[in-house]
Design a protein around this ligand. Structure first.
Ligand code: GLN
Length: 192
């Protein structure tokens, strides 16, 4: 079986682990470059992207991660999506630039920063997984402000893209690991 890794420096990596386990995949928690080498794909969880970036630099993992992403699939949720983006604003910060998208951090504002919404994903998502609405948990989520030509939007919330795929990479600005719906993770495992 292909090995699915989860970056476990900070954030809600354990929730991703439970979702993978529900899908019958054994999660591999990744904290070092050697552990990264041993997996076929990686989930970058939600959390705090600035802190994650700091820890990645501290552990000398930033460049290995960039290199990993040129060859293997990465799925980023929320802070993970921010790390995968090319442009990051509010405030600006460094990123892996593995997906041709730009994001604005904490873009829903303080009052409505966290909420649960029901989304109707694009037809393509249903065709490749199973039909049905998605329950999307947003926690101080970024907004994807630009989607480049090579990327495809699989779901939107209030017209903004919230689930985007580019080649073997996938980002969600919400947290599918916090619901019992395993379709988004299933889609990612299919890329490994
Ligand atoms: N607001 C966080 C950031 O900017 C992301 C929040 C999350 O991952 N739930 O990194």
């Amino acid at each position: 079986m292909r090995r699915a890794g989860i970056l476990a420096l900070q954030g809600d990596f354990e929730a991703h682990g439970r979702t993978l386990a529900r899908l019958g995949a054994e999660p591999v928690f990744v904290r070092t470059a050697a552990e990264l080498d041993a997996v076929d794909g990686l989930i970058i969880p939600g959390g705090e992207s600035t802190t994650m970036l700091k820890l990645l630099r501290l552990e000398d993992l930033l460049e290995p991660l960039r290199e990993f992403g040129r060859r293997k699939p990465i799925f980023g949720t929320c802070a993970g999506a921010i790390l995968l983006a090319t442009g990051v604003t509010h405030p600006e910060q460094e990123s892996l630039a593995l997906m041709d998208i730009d994001v604005e951090r904490n873009a829903y504002g303080r009052q409505i920063d966290s909420r649960v919404a029901r989304l109707s994903p694009e037809e393509e998502f249903a065709a490749r997984t199973e039909p049905g609405d998605l329950e999307a948990v947003f926690i101080r989520a970024p907004i994807i402000r630009r989607v480049g030509g090579a990327a495809r939007v699989l779901a939107r919330f209030l017209d903004d893209p919230v689930l985007v795929e580019q080649g073997s990479h996938l980002v969600a600005t919400f947290h599918p690991e916090l619901t019992t719906d395993t379709r988004v993770h299933g889609l990612f495992l299919g890329k490994l």
